[in-house]
Design a protein around this ligand. Structure first.
Ligand SMILES: [Zn+2]
Length: 157
């Protein structure tokens, strides 16, 4: 018996690919049920992986950087697929509390960039918080009052 290509195709599909793409989204969500998935720490890990992958192309001994990227990626996958939710959440909370300061700074810079030309940010000398005011005209002295500690300070614009 001669197996034609269309017959091969039929056998292949019926044995290996049958219903594989049916309900793929449902299957994925069923597979991920009870697993950690992507949290903040995993987002950082995947970011580190991408940076390391790009870096490995340009630095000497790039293969070691590549190895490091694979290790980080492995840890990322382990955390995504892990079923020990309690431990993964503890790790994530620790990471979040450790980076509170940095994340606040990043948010501030992001807001400064967004408000560029509209608002101006001044640091309160008393409590070190940032005060946002509408951008004043240039070359004037203004009194800024802090919203937190109500301290007034003079700034040149
Ligand atoms: Zn203040």
């Amino acid at each position: 018996m001669i197996i034609t290509s269309s017959r091969c195709d039929f056998i292949y599909r019926s044995f290996f690919m049958r219903n594989f793409f049916n309900n793929l989204a449902y299957k994925t969500s069923a597979f991920m049920r009870g697993r950690n998935g992507v949290d903040n720490l995993n987002r950082l890990l995947s970011g580190i992986t991408i940076v390391l992958l790009i870096l490995s192309c340009f630095v000497p001994y790039g293969r070691y950087v590549l190895l490091l990227a694979l290790i980080v990626e492995g840890y990322y996958l382990f955390r995504v697929l892990s079923k020990n939710l309690y431990k993964r959440q503890q790790e994530n909370m620790k990471y979040m509390s450790m980076t509170t300061g940095i994340r606040k700074k990043l948010t501030l810079f992001k807001n400064m960039f967004r408000d560029n030309g509209v608002y101006k940010y001044y640091k309160c000398p008393n409590c070190h918080s940032y005060v946002r005011i509408r951008k004043p005209p240039r070359g004037k002295k203004i009194a800024v009052s802090c919203y937190k500690c109500h301290n007034e300070f003079i700034k040149r614009t």
